[in-house]
Design a protein around this ligand. Structure first.
Ligand code: NDP
Length: 290
C-alpha cells in the first residue's frame, strides 16, 4: 500500500456517505447551509462556489448572502440574527477574510454556537479546549486532518504530535483536537528556538505555517506520519501559469522515510469543504433531534 494519503479519494468517499445520510432524512427535510459574504473577493468567490457545488452534489441546500463591500457591522450582525432564527438554516458561515472596516470578532460571535459550522465561535473553541467538554462543531481543516489520520488507522493516543503554526483557524484547534485524541502535543511557531529539535522527536507532524517546503527529511525521524496543511506557490517555468503549489514539507524527500504523508495538492485541501458539509449535516440532525 502506498504511504501517500489520498485526501481526494477520502473526501469523495465521505461525500458519498454524507449524500446517503442526507437521502435517508428526506422525510424530515434538507440540511441547509447559509454563507455570508461581504464584497466579492475573487478568491472568496472560488471557495464559495466549491462549497455550493459540494452542497448540490450531496443533496443539501446552500444560500449565499452577498452583501455590498461597504456594509457595516450592524447590518451583517442583523442578517446573522435572522439566520440564527431561521429553522431551514442548520449551518452559518461567514466567508473570511472580511473587509478591514468590519469587526471579525463581533461578527463571528453573533453566529449561534449551535449553527457555527466553521467552529470559530469562542464557545466552541472553549469547549474544544476544555477537558470533558465537546464543542458543537470543530474547525473544518484540523478536523479534516484528524479524519485523514483515523481513516489511515494512525494511532494518536500516547503519540508525540508536533504542530507547526498556532493560528486560530488551523494550528491552535489542531493542537487541541490532537490532545482530545490523547496525543502528547508540542506547538511550534515563529519564535520557537531550534524547531528541528522538536520535529525530530515527532511521531506525527502537522504543519500549517505557510512556508514552502521548509521541513526537510533530515529534520524528521524514520516512520513519521506527516500531515501537510500548507498551501504555498513557488515559481515553476514548466507550468503554463508560471507557478505550482507545494506544502510546508519537502514532500518528495520526506515521502521516502514517512510511514504516511499527505501531498499538496490532493491531501488536506479537499477535506476542508467535506468537513464543512459533515458539520452542517450534524447541525441538521441535532436541530431535528435525530
Ligand atoms: P497563518 O499565517 O495565520 O499562521 C501561520 C502560523 O505559522 C503562525 O502561527 C506562525 O507563527 C507560524 N509560522 C510562520 N512561519 C513560521 C516558521 N518559519 N516556523 C514556525 N512557525 C511559523 O496561516 P494559517 O494557519 O491560516 O494557514 C497556514 C497554512 O495552511 C497556509 O499555507 C494556508 O494557505 C494553509 N491552509 C490550508 C487550508 C486547507 O484547506 N488545506 C486551510 C487553511 C489554511 P506566529 O503565530 O508566531 O506568527
Amino acid at each position: 500500500m502506498s504511504n501517500v494519503i489520498d485526501g481526494k479519494r477520502i473526501s469523495q468517499e465521505m461525500l458519498r456517505e454524507i449524500e446517503q445520510e442526507v437521502k435517508s432524512y428526506s422525510d424530515v427535510g434538507i440540511p441547509g447551509l447559509a454563507v455570508v459574504q461581504v464584497g466579492g473577493r475573487e478568491d472568496s468567490n472560488i471557495y464559495i462556489k466549491k462549497k455550493q457545488q459540494a452542497c448540490m452534489d450531496t443533496g443539501m441546500s446552500s444560500t449565499i448572502h452577498n452583501l455590498d463591500i461597504d456594509t457595516n457591522d450592524k447590518d451583517v450582525c442583523e442578517l446573522i440574527e435572522r439566520l440564527n432564527d431561521d429553522s431551514a438554516v442548520n449551518g452559518i458561515l461567514v466567508q473570511l477574510p472580511l473587509p478591514s472596516h468590519l469587526n471579525d470578532e463581533k461578527i463571528l460571535s453573533k453566529i449561534s454556537y449551535l449553527k457555527d459550522v466553521d467552529g470559530f465561535h469562542s464557545r466552541n473553541m472553549g469547549d474544544l479546549a476544555m477537558d470533558g467538554r465537546t464543542p458543537s462543531f470543530a474547525p473544518c481543516t484540523p478536523s479534516g486532518c484528524i479524519e485523514l489520520l483515523r481513516r489511515h488507522n494512525i494511532e494518536m493516543m500516547g503519540k508525540h504530535a508536533v504542530v507547526v503554526g498556532k493560528s486560530n483557524i488551523v494550528g491552535l484547534p489542531m493542537a487541541l483536537l490532537l490532545m482530545k485524541e490523547m496525543a502528547t502535543v508540542t506547538v511550534c511557531h515563529i519564535e520557537t528556538k531550534d524547531i528541528r529539535q522538536h520535529l525530530i522527536m515527532a511521531d506525527i507532524v502537522v504543519s500549517a505555517c505557510g512556508q514552502a517546503q521548509m521541513i526537510k527529511r533530515e529534520w524528521l525521524k524514520e516512520g513519521v506520519v506527516v500531515i501537510d496543511v500548507g498551501i504555498n506557490s513557488i515559481p515553476d517555468a514548466t507550468k503554463k501559469r508560471g507557478y505550482r503549489l507545494v506544502g510546508d514539507v519537502d514532500f518528495e524527500n520526506v515521502k521516502e522515510i514517512a510511514r504516511a504523508i499527505t501531498p499538496v495538492p490532493g491531501g488536506v485541501g479537499p477535506m476542508t469543504v467535506t468537513m464543512l458539509l459533515r458539520n452542517t449535516l450534524e447541525g441538521f440532525k441535532r436541530q431535528n433531534g435525530l
